[in-house]
Design a protein around this ligand. Structure first.
Ligand SMILES: NC(=O)c1ccc[n+]([C@@H]2O[C@H](COP(=O)([O-])OP(=O)(O)OC[C@H]3O[C@@H](n4cnc5c(N)ncnc54)[C@H](OP(=O)(O)O)[C@@H]3O)[C@@H](O)[C@H]2O)c1
Length: 386
């Protein structure tokens, strides 16, 4: 029996992870489930999964969690320290699926716990890649990529010699605004941006898909996970989202991973690795699909891609600034305080006005993250007032 912890269990990835675990409950013992403030959903999940512990980061959600778990024997806890403790418990397998840089401390604690980490929290790796990879080396933890593109690359690389890799390609659906003009995007409202044509995901990553900042963050994530330079990571728009990633080898061979666009497939791969488990996910029917199409990304309409690549190439704290600015700008757009095109423009503005220092400690990352958030909030307020 394997012990499991799910960080971000009430979210899109967390919920799908628990669905997969529920198919063979006799194989897993759930150590801890962690959320931010959705105490009712967390309590229901903890009961269903017979978790030992349920934790909310937001202490104001504690009374609801405590009451909902009264008499069950499930330990209820609250606050950032309780989140770290739950993450550090040393489960055999931890799903790191908190959204945003706020997940950094918990994800690092899970890595230091030293077992297998199924890794979805891309913002943490973008902000503090070197620190996280150093922690992985130190603890001997195994990092299993969950993002469908990185999971695809992980699968396609398993068959080859890493030294023979020429480059990789991350595919992108192009998001809900793939065919819109800049004028149409300027008028876009949150509800349209949240309506992803292929994937069903949490709000923040859905907006990132619409701006294509998601793919930008994924370029940085891939550079970290697979130790590749920016120029060895290509992006290809592929609206059907059937091919998730490709590895190009120096002999001209290209290995791709295909599958229906369903996050339960990469999650199941990370859960069972190095074996495979059965899933109920829709099977791929290429004859019914008829064709797969590809197009180059348009960095004029989607400048976030260019900004992310520039931040990766600048190195140091630049990816941390990019990520923090993007998180704040996305929240401002969701609250209707700025327009859709203002998201990338704001990130660009913050990157240009920040003197980016090298960041070699977690404290330095957190300080730069906080400083960048404050700068972004000021710029968003000015844009909202204009
Ligand atoms: N969704 C996808 O298909 C997908 C695909 C690839 C990668 N990812 C990545 O996976 C991560 C999760 O995405 P998602 O779409 O599942 O997000 P989501 O639906 O928004 O869920 C986020 C989860 O994080 C929890 N959370 C937020 N702040 C927290 C805090 N301070 N402490 C503890 N927990 C906190 C939330 O709890 P509450 O419910 O209480 O707020 C929720 O459980 C992101 O980094 C995303 O980029 C997602």
């Amino acid at each position: 029996m394997r012990t499991i912890t799910v960080l971000g269990s009430t979210g899109s990835v967390g919920t799908q992870t628990l669905d997969l675990l529920a198919a063979t409950p006799e194989r897993y013992a759930v150590h801890a489930l962690v959320a931010n403030r959705n105490a009712e959903r967390l309590a229901a999940q903890a009961r269903a999964a017979r978790a030992a512990r349920a934790v909310v980061a937001d202490e104001t959600a504690w009374p609801v969690l405590r009451d909902a778990l009264a008499g069950t024997g499930i330990e209820a806890a609250a606050g950032p320290q309780a989140v770290i403790e739950a993450a550090s418990m040393g489960a055999d397998w931890t799903m790191a699926a908190i959204t945003g840089a706020v997940g950094l401390a918990a994800t690092l604690a899970a890595i230091r716990g030293g077992r297998a980490i199924a890794f979805a929290n891309k913002e943490a790796l973008v902000c503090a890649g070197d620190l996280m990879l150093a922690a992985v080396r130190q603890s001997g933890a195994t990092l299993l990529p969950v993002d469908s593109e990185h999971n695809a690359i992980f699968q396609a690389m398993a068959d080859g010699n890493r030294g023979a890799v020429e480059r990789i390609t991350l595919t992108a659906s192009g998001g809900p605004f793939r065919t819109l003009s800049l004028e149409e995007m300027a008028r876009a409202r949150p509800e349209a941006a949240l309506r992803h044509p292929v994937w069903s995901m949490g709000a923040k990553i859905s907006i990132d898909s619409a701006t294509m900042m998601n793919k930008g963050l994924e370029i940085i994530e891939a550079a970290r996970l697979f130790a590749l330079p920016s120029e060895a990571i290509a992006v290809l728009v592929h609206p059907q989202s059937v091919i998730h990633g490709m590895v190009h080898y120096r002999d001209g061979s290209v290995l791709a991973q295909l599958g229906s666009p369903d996050m339960r497939i990469p999650i199941a791969h990370a859960l069972a690795w190095p074996e495979r488990v059965a899933t109920q996910s829709p099977r791929l029917d290429l004859a019914q699909l008829g064709g797969l199409t590809f197009e180059p990304p348009d960095e004029t309409r989607f400048p976030a891609l260019r900004l992310a690549r520039a931040a990766l190439e600048a190195g140091g704290g630049a990816p941390c600034v990019l990520n923090a600015a993007n998180e704040v700008a996305v929240a401002a757009f969701l609250e209707r305080r700025i327009g859709f095109l203002d998201i990338a423009a704001t990130v660009d503005h913050v990157l240009q006005e920040t003197a980016v220092p090298p960041v070699t400690t977690v404290e330095a990352v957190l300080a730069l993250d906080a400083e960048s958030r404050a700068a972004t909030a000021r710029i968003c307020a000015a844009r909202a007032a204009a």
